[in-house]
Design a protein around this ligand. Structure first.
Ligand code: NAD
Ligand code: ZN
Length: 353
């Protein structure tokens, strides 16, 4: 199942619609709910599911990246089995990317796979993490190293649930929104350029448009290439540089989207130096990132070239020690440059940041 029903609008109404159209009737619902998202979702979820008169098992989970582990997955799986799940039960993951990654992972492995749906409540979740069917937990050796592809039946985004999201989390989500808008094309990118930062920070038309553009673009790419053999690699725009910077800065010093925004700038710098990017593209990306409140520089002292090479070479997309990088040409057009030496990429980071 690759085509989840993807809804943007009012949570209660969309969920009511989604659960009435699940195929074989469900026997129960298990709701894995990020406790930080409960105040903005729980009533609507209970009311929509309550209409079906089926058992609802609610698990309030204090989600955090540190708990996205195999041992926490075991705790949750045991809890869910003890609550009485069967193969026709449906799991609903409600929260940020941590919760939808964990919920999707549980749904893909419990009883060899049960149906699931996602209700992302962070901007990063709505624009990226909840879409595309990738599920994962972390290992001490690195993030997202154990996971599956298991597509949700539905993804429901209600921008009103972002009202309680801390400002920095919202900015972080905007990093993925910028990335996806650039991949989508001139119209999407210009919409972001023309919106004011405050419009993009509160539930309203600009944020709604940005979320739906990002969601539709990601879904289009995923439908074309569900398991990332080709065009889905474009979604890594900014991420090879970004992941290296995120790891180097250490937990809490650079949020994922902040690192991606710096990564986008490094990628456009490289594309400009190689005369791949059209003139003006670098300036537009830099000024959009600055306008949205992303840091202009790396926090602290930038690691040396050798350390950056080591960090870059840990990228999942590394082949024989060299990198595959997504480089921007113009909005709507990026290309995959294969076999880039880590040294060259590290030098770009030093030039740009
Ligand atoms: N599967 C994928 O394709 C994919 C893609 C990108 C990222 N991810 C994963 O997503 C995770 C990051 O997601 P995230 O940034 O959403 O982080 P997150 O899930 O940790 O959420 C960020 C914080 O916001 C809180 N929160 C969530 N919703 C809230 C709300 N409405 N109001 C107030 N607080 C709320 C959470 O409890 C948490 O403290 C990472 O683990 C990453 O690996 C997965
Ligand atoms: Zn990302």
């Amino acid at each position: 199942m690759i085509h989840p029903s993807y809804g943007i609008g009012v949570l209660r109404a969309l969920l009511r619609g989604a659960v009435s159209d699940l195929g074989p009737p469900p026997t129960s619902f298990t709701v894995l709910l990020d406790s930080n998202a409960a105040s903005v979702t729980q009533d609507a979820i209970e009311s929509a599911l309550g209409e079906l008169d089926l058992p609802i098992h609610l698990i309030l989970w204090e989600a955090s990246e540190a708990k996205k582990t195999l041992s926490e997955a075991e705790n949750l799986a045991r809890n869910i089995i003890q609550l009485g799940v069967d193969r026709e039960s449906v799991l609903i993951a409600v929260g940020g990317g941590v919760t939808t990654d964990m919920g999707g992972f549980l749904a893909s492995t419990l009883l060899r796979g049960i149906r699931w749906g996602a209700i992302p409540t962070t901007l990063l979740g709505m624009a990226d993490a909840a879409l595309g069917g990738k599920t994962a937990v972390n290992l001490p050796e690195g993030k997202n190293l154990v996971g599956t592809f298991h597509h949700p039946l539905f993804v429901i985004c209600d921008v009103n649930t972002l009202a309680t999201l801390p400002a920095r989390e919202l900015t972080s989500g905007l990093g993925e929104v910028v990335k996806t808008a650039f991949l989508s094309g001139e119209d999407s990118f210009r919409q972001l350029e023309e919106a004011t930062p405050s419009e993009l920070r509160q539930p309203g038309d600009s944020l709604l448009t940005a979320v739906s553009e990002a969601g539709r673009t990601k879904m289009r790419v995923v439908e074309e290439d569900p398991e990332e053999h080709g065009v889905r690699k474009l979604l890594n725009f900014g991420h090879t540089f970004g992941h290296a910077l995120e790891t180097a800065a250490g937990h809490g010093n650079l949020a994922h989207g902040e690192a991606v925004a710096l990564g986008l700038r490094c990628a456009v710098r490289m594309a400009t130096d190689l005369e791949i990017a059209q003139s003006g593209v670098a300036a537009r990306l830099r000024s959009l990132c600055a306008k949205l409140g992303f840091p202009n520089e790396y926090p602290g002292t930038l690691p040396g070239i050798q350390e950056l090479c080591t960090l870059l070479s840990r990228d999942k997309k590394v082949h024989a020690g060299n990198l595959d990088l997504i480089l921007p040409v113009e909005p709507g057009k990026c290309l995959l440059l294969r076999g880039v030496e880590t040294q060259a990429a590290a030098e770009v980071i030093h030039k740009e940041l």
